[in-house]
Design a protein around this ligand. Structure first.
Ligand SMILES: [Zn+2]
Length: 724
């Protein structure tokens, strides 16, 4: 079977061209009707490389323009389409030139299409058949180096069809030949497309360690650390914490082949740890291409296959960073880690309502639910795990936010729909009244015009014929206008929308009031509720702050409306309560006013305070806990947090000054030093910064020298700075 036989290029047309007496070529198939339309020369080479290297063929393709002239077309009626030079798509999709050619043919603009090995312009037999069928319908001839074909001629059809099959065969043979060559190279362990970081390919095709010592060092370090830490996540975070970057040599772009230090990512590390090259093994077919994927559009899915299915595995073929055993151990470790997380992390019933809708206000990632125990779900932002960034985003319990959104959705669905429909009803009525009034006025005006014209006609002397005739005409016109207006008005009445009847309004009201019932119905599953939420809510953004139990929530409704809300999340400690200071001040205040613990608990509850974790209300024991925190019970002297900046317990300052604490207390009583007492037990706390300590030392020295009349300068404490 003749499959690949190239016709040598001689610079002359390869097919015999009859000429007529005037020296012009003729073909019995080229008719005047064809010559009226365009001749299109379609030029293409499948890859940019071919365009560069196969100039001869390109020139030959352009030469078809001369051929068209020889057939009888004038120079300006020959259109050359060469947009697809260098496009190698194996189907006709994505080849704009071919699409243009098809468009021209279907617009019946084309008398003949010329091209080299025409059957190849459609790279699959199916495309080719579709193309020549179309040419047949529009009476477009096809010409290649072998001759001119008419799709309506049975013999030509046969040849065109065969050509298509041949080129498909040829393509297949070429492909398999290429594939075989590629496979042979891979079997020898010599086929490399790219190597992972830590290795380089030399122009000779040899693969070796990266010549950069630091790059090699990082690779070694990663393997050592993985052995120590045992998880990709752990390794990743360790690298981030220590600001270690990966030595990547990009395969394309401005920095091609140069070392580029890049931030690690989990997928990169996972691929690296699974790559057998680091153990010195050559492999091929770890991730084979799927031939079925070739003709489908979109991204091809290429799954990794297990080791037994790799096409080639040659151990000890390349320089190694780790041993083969270590490599297998790492793989096993990764596999185990995955198993562990898969069994625990899969959400079961999915009690949380907002996965896929809830967005972290801090980083914009979707928040993922996790489930603890029976029904308690927690939303968390997993940015820190994925990116290894600092500071982390905070999560929150699912219930408060789920409840808020559910409540808002129900609220939105119920009255809004009802309001809207009723509002629409009101609008229609108002609009109609307004228009009717306008129509009324127009009709009155028309009537007036008619009467006016009639009166004028009546008033004129019938003998004055000219005037009477024009007035009569005017009267008739006015009558016609009025009639026309009446018709328009009738049309308006017919076309204005019908009003909602009471019945209809009631039905809408009933429908909308059913939604809360539906929501709470026993048969409604959480999946249904999620669906309902997604109908009306686009996303929910939460801003969770670590130092506050209040969470700002923005609900983005379908249609662009946003609403702001605030929820209170249970927090674990008092320190996380936003109003903690206020709460403590109130407790101290009440305590100093002489209230008992049960009393205070009652008051705090009444005033809207609440303890962390939202564990019910304040009770006597909880208030006692607060007292303890502020040193309000127990020995206050043991609560050093009561002492502020530059403040001293009386005894401590006395010791510092090496004087009697009784004397110091006397000074405090006299106001010679700033002082205060603890709220409950009345321990002295004195204020003295460096200068004050010096002044007190001088005062003490004077008193020791027996000077009784202390200078007022020494007795007056310095002005205390405003509260810290
Ligand atoms: Zn986040």
């Amino acid at each position: 079977m003749k499959t690949v036989e190239k016709i040598p290029y001689t610079g002359k047309p390869a097919f015999p061209v009859p000429t007529n007496l005037s020296g012009r070529t003729v073909s019995s198939k080229v008719l005047p009707s064809h010559l009226e339309k365009l001749a299109v020369v379609y030029v293409r080479q499948s890859s940019p490389k071919q365009v560069l290297e196969n100039r001869e063929s390109t020139a030959r393709q352009y030469a078809f323009a001369d051929q068209a002239v020889a057939f009888g077309w004038s120079q300006e009626r020959v259109l050359t389409i060469d947009e697809d030079l260098g496009k190698s798509a194996k189907t006709t999709e994505g080849r704009s030139g071919f699409e243009r050619l098809v468009a021209e043919v279907t617009l019946n603009h084309v008398g003949m299409v010329l091209g080299l090995e025409m059957s190849r312009l459609a790279r699959s037999s199916k495309d080719w058949h579709a193309f020549f069928e179309m040419c047949a319908i529009f009476g477009t001839l096809i010409a290649d180096e072998d001759g001119v074909y008419d799709g309506n001629d049975p013999n030509d059809r046969l040849i065109l069809g065969l050509k298509g099959i041949m080129s498909e065969m040829e393509l297949h043979v070429m492909r398999s030949r290429l594939q075989r060559g590629r496979d042979n190279k891979a079997q020898r362990g010599e086929l490399f497309h790219a190597v992972p970081f830590g290795y380089v390919i030399f122009p000779t095709g040899k693969v070796d360690f990266d010549p950069d010592a630091q790059a090699r060092g990082v690779v070694q370090l990663i393997f050592e650390k993985f052995e120590e830490i045992g998880s990709i996540y752990g390794l990743f975070h360790w690298l981030i914490r220590n600001a270690i970057r990966l030595p990547i040599r990009p395969q394309t772009g401005a920095k091609k082949g140069q070392l580029d230090w890049r931030r690690p990512s989990i997928p990169t590390l996972a691929q690296m740890l699974r790559h057998p090259i680091y153990a010195g093994a050559y492999t091929d077919g770890r991730r084979p291409t799927d031939p079925k994927g070739k003709f489908s559009s979109g991204k091809r899915y290429r799954p990794w296959v297990p080791m037994e299915q790799w096409k080639v595995l040659i151990k000890d073929h390349l320089p190694a960073y780790i041993s083969w055993d270590q490599y297998l151990k790492n793989r096993e470790q990764i596999k185990q880690n995955q198993n562990g997380s898969a069994s625990s992390g899969v959400p079961r019933s999915g009690a949380a309502l907002l996965p896929g809708v809830l967005v972290c206000g801090n980083c914009g990632r979707h928040m993922q639910p996790s489930y603890h125990g029976n029904d308690t779900a927690q939303y968390g932002c997993n940015r820190q795990y994925v990116e290894g960034t600092d500071p982390r985003c905070y999560g929150l319990a699912a219930k408060p936010i789920d409840d808020l959104v559910a409540q808002q959705v129900l609220a939105a669905l119920e009255p809004a729909a009802l309001d809207l429909s009723l509002k629409a009803r009101g609008d229609v009525e108002r609009e109609r009244k307004r228009l009717e009034k306008h129509w009324q006025q127009r009709r009155q005006r028309a009537r007036y015009e008619v009467e006016l014209a009639e009166r004028r006609y009546q008033a004129v002397d019938p003998m004055n014929r000219l005037v009477a005739a024009s007035l009569e005409k005017r009267w008739e016109e006015a009558l016609a206008e009025e009639r026309q207006l009446q018709e328009e008005f009738d049309r308006f009445v017919r076309e204005t929308p019908l009003q909602l009847t009471e019945e209809e309004a009631a039905r809408i009201a009933a429908l909308t009031s059913d939604i809360p019932a539906l929501w709470n119905a026993p048969g409604t599953t959480n999946a249904d509720r999620k669906q309902m939420i997604r109908c009306v809510v686009e996303r929910v953004v939460v801003h969770v702050r670590c130092d506050s139990e209040f969470v700002d929530v923005t609900i983005h409704w379908a249609g662009g409306y946003e609403s702001q809300h605030e929820i209170v999340r249970p927090v674990a400690t008092y320190a996380q309560l936003r109003d903690f200071e206020q709460l403590m001040n109130r407790v101290v205040e009440l305590r100093e006013a002489g209230h008992t613990a049960p009393d205070i608990a009652e008051k705090l509850n009444a005033e809207g305070f609440y303890p962390p974790k939202r564990r019910g209300e304040f009770t006597t024991p909880v208030v006692h806990q607060l007292f303890k925190r502020r040193g309000l019970i127990g020995n206050e002297r043991s609560h050093n947090e009561l002492v502020g900046k530059h403040e001293w317990w009386l005894t401590d300052l006395a010791r510092e000054l090496k004087m009697s604490h009784l004397k110091l207390r006397d000074w405090a009583n006299r106001g010679w030093v700033h002082s205060r007492k603890t709220p409950v037990q009345g321990y002295w706390i004195l204020w003295a910064d460096k200068d004050e300590v010096k002044r007190l030392q001088k005062l003490l020295a004077d008193s020791r020298r027996g000077i009784n009349a202390y200078s007022s300068e020494l007795k007056t404490p310095k002005k205390r700075p405003a509260a810290r």
